[in-house]
Design a protein around this ligand. Structure first.
Ligand SMILES: NC(=O)c1ccc[n+]([C@@H]2O[C@H](COP(=O)([O-])OP(=O)(O)OC[C@H]3O[C@@H](n4cnc5c(N)ncnc54)[C@H](OP(=O)(O)O)[C@@H]3O)[C@@H](O)[C@H]2O)c1
Length: 293
């Protein structure tokens, strides 16, 4: 079983990474990233919008690992103006000289807007590779028609329940690797009966089955957890295999219709932002989680 994929010439990305979205800035992020590095993760996924790059940086420094042994991704917050200036600030917070992967967080403002500056970030050595996130195939094509560097990666929500088959095939046909987020369904579908049955059969947890389903397709995963045992559990996915029958059962859970689109309800559009504010208010009033992304 491969543990990494080459996303650009000379740039190998570990298939297992650790995501830090919604881990509070400060000790919580530093501690969780520290546990992940101790458990063997060698890939951390953060973003300017998450507000916890400095804590990721502190955990990297405290780990004593060599810089080249940990793959670090951050993402350009597309509400801001200049991807190069923002990356310089990210590097300061992370305490490193370059990131391994710098992603455009979403196509807000148009799929081509950030790309010329992303290419400059690559040329100037601030990033070893550049890519995009939440880009549908038509947005990717628009970017490819205008840019000179091909995105190394498209990071999208991807799991058996969000099995975007056309997007995966389309990205690969264009030489762009797919990296999955929400591989654990943001924790929402872990008690699905089909998933539970496959998990029982393998004496594994539903979370491990979901992660294995992705990496068997060479789609990288970046599960997030603030619990040390779960961080360890999510890393123990390289010592078993799913059968073709398991994979077919899991594939059938897809609710996107094999979509070529990356996101059903974009949160960065004006309508999406209104929905987000409503959801936050709903949660504050005790209505529980209705988060999509
Ligand atoms: N590019 C983008 O737009 C984008 C969007 C979303 C996420 N991301 C990236 O992808 C990463 C992962 O996505 P995500 O955090 O949204 O969702 P996820 O990894 O699918 O799910 C995380 C949820 O699952 C729970 N969980 C983790 N391990 C578990 C286990 N073994 N058993 C049971 N529950 C478990 C976590 O709870 P606890 O923490 O309580 O354990 C958390 O609630 C993010 O951290 C971020 O780096 C990128």
């Amino acid at each position: 079983m491969r543990r990494e994929i080459e996303i650009a010439p000379g740039v190998a990305m570990p298939l297992l990474g650790f995501g830090v979205f919604q881990i509070p800035a400060g000790a919580a992020t530093e501690e969780a990233v520290g546990w992940a590095l101790e458990a063997g993760y060698r890939h951390v996924d953060t973003a300017q919008a998450y507000g916890n790059e400095a804590d990721v940086g502190r955990a990297l420094q405290r780990s004593g690992l060599a810089r080249e042994d940990v793959f670090v991704t951050t993402k350009f917050a597309t509400g801001r103006d200049d991807p190069v200036a923002e990356l310089e600030r990210s590097l300061g917070r992370l305490g490193i000289g370059e990131v391994d992967l710098y992603l455009v967080h979403n196509p807000r403002g148009g799929p081509r807007r950030a790309w010329p500056a992303m290419e400059r970030a690559l040329e100037s050595g601030l990033a070893r590779s550049i890519g995009v996130s939440n880009f549908s195939l038509d947005e990717l094509d628009s970017l490819l028609a205008a840019g000179s560097v091909r995105p190394a990666v498209n990071q999208v929500q991807f799991s058996p329940f969000r099995y975007r088959r056309l997007l995966l095939e389309g990205c690969r046909a264009r030489g762009v690797e797919v990296e999955g987020y929400g591989s654990l369904t943001h924790g929402r579908e872990l008690d699905d009966p089909t998933l539970a049955a496959v998990a029982r059969q393998h004496r594994r947890t539903p979370a491990q089955i979901l992660l294995r389903w992705s990496i068997e397709r060479a789609v990288a995963v970046i599960p997030k957890s603030v619990h040390r045992e779960r961080i360890g559990e999510n890393a123990a996915i390289f010592d078993f295999e799913l059968t073709a029958e398991d994979i077919a059962r899991l594939d059938a859970l897809d609710r996107t219709g094999g979509a070529a689109i990356a996101v059903e309800r974009p949160w960065w559009t004006p309508r999406g932002r209104v929905r987000r504010v409503r959801r936050t208010l709903w949660r504050r009033l005790g209505g529980g989680s209705r988060r999509d992304q």
